[in-house]
Structure formats: structure tokens, C-alpha cells
Design a binder for this molecule. Sequence first.
Ligand code: ADP
Length: 266
Amino acid sequence: MIILKIGGSILTNKDSAESEVDSASLKRIASEIKASLDISQKQLIIVHGAGSFGHPPAKEYKIGEPFDESEYPQKRIGFCKTQNAVKKLNMLICEAFIEEELPVVAVPASSFMSATDKRITEGNLDYFKKYLQKGFIPVIYGDVVLDSNLEICVISGDQLIQYLAKNLNPEMVVLGTDVDGVYNKNPKTHDDAIFFDRFSSLEDLDTLEGTTNVDVTGGMVGKIKELLYLADLGIESKIINAEVEDNIFKVLENEEVKGTVISRGN
Ligand code: ADP
């Protein structure tokens, strides 16, 4: 089984005020996945981020922050707006994938997962397994869920990767984003950033600058933290640049692709 995450940075224009899907990238990525599946059948789970769809309402309503009881009705509407926004993005993604004859089925976190203090503590994956056995590609995405302490919270695609990988024991965990992998500092704002082939500790970062984008779920640092947690369990993952044509195809075909492997051993 392969767990593939496609970052919101690739699928949407995160910096835009409007929710815009990047149709060209979406189509290209869908066709790269299809080309690989045509060569050989693989069990595949797709995780995607919320990008410019989920972040604005989640931020506006401060989802995940403590609040007074009197604010609950407003918070709940914020939850609904965020859930609906990411569902729209998911629908556009699934539409593009189905167009390429990929048998995707949406399995939204908000319908079966819950959290405690922003960490997923419940989420039965039996349906994932059933869909995989039947040859479907389950698709899950950054979403809002109920939280037993905070009432509601946001769950990032990166936390979902961690939860799925921990519980499903995949052969490969790949994250496609808009940079080649992990650097000692943000490569988009620092020309002298140094690239890591392998990454094993947050101490290797110069700064804990989150991301170039406004992101309620932590950007690159949030990503790395989730993946280091997986590394602690002995599960390696790789961050690659999904903007580079054929990278997704190559990684699915086990071909060499530039990227950063997150593991604890060197
Ligand atoms: P995605 O939406 O693909 O999950 P994010 O936008 O959350 O990705 O995170 C990727 C971004 O993180 C990159 O575009 C980059 O600008 C930023 N970033 C910040 N620090 C680093 C770093 N040390 N190494 C690589 N990228 C970094």
C-alpha cells in the first residue's frame, strides 16, 4: 500500500483570497497517477490538503482555539463553513481524478474521526481497508472534526498521513509539495538554504519559520513534526516536489526522485 499526499500548495492557489483550484496541476497529477496504475495495480490512498479552501474560514472562526460557551453557535457555523469549503475542494479533485478513470472515493475525516486536543484519537479505518480491497482509491483530506476537549478542531492532511501510516503499515509514504523537500530554512525566502537528502531532527532547521503561506496547520514545520513521529515508529516517508513533471509518476514507480527522506536512522 502507498499513501500519497498532495499538498494544498499544489492543488490550490493558497495566496489567493478566492478559493481557486489549480486545474492544470490537478490534471497532470491525476494523469501521472493513472499512468503508474496502468503499469501495475497498486493499493493507493490519497490524502490532500485544504489549501486556499479550508484555511480562510478556519482562521476567521479561530477553529481549534478555546472559546466561551456563548460563542459556541458561531464556532459551530465556522465548523460548517470550513467543512463545506474543504468538501468543495475534494469534489473538484475527485472530479478531475474520475475524469482520468481513477476509482477515487471520498472518505471525509469529519464523518468518522474525532480528536482530543487536536490529535486524532478515534477513526476506524475498516472502510478504508474495504475500499482498498475492492480496488478503490480512498481519498481523505484536511478537515474539521469534533474534539473531546476543544469541541471542534482542524485536522491537517499531514496529521492524517501520520494517523493512516501508523495504523495501516504502508510500504511507501510520499508527500508531494511545492519545494524539493526540507531545507535548513525556507528556500522560498532564503537563496542560501541548504537541502537535506535525509532529515532526522528538528534541530537541523535554522529557524522554525512555518511556511510562506498563511496556514493554520503549521506548514513545513508541522509536516516535519508529523513525519518525525512516524520515523520514531520506524516508518520512513519522503517529501518530493509535485510541481516537477513526472515526479509523482516516478516515485510511484520506485524510480529515483529528488526529495527528503524523513527517518530517525542515517
Ligand atoms: P503543502 O500545502 O504542500 O502541504 P505547505 O505550504 O504547508 O505545503 O508547506 C510547504 C512550504 O513550506 C514551502 O512552500 C516552503 O515555502 C515552506 N517552508 C518553510 N520552511 C521550510 C524549510 N525549512 N524547508 C522547506 N520548505 C519550507
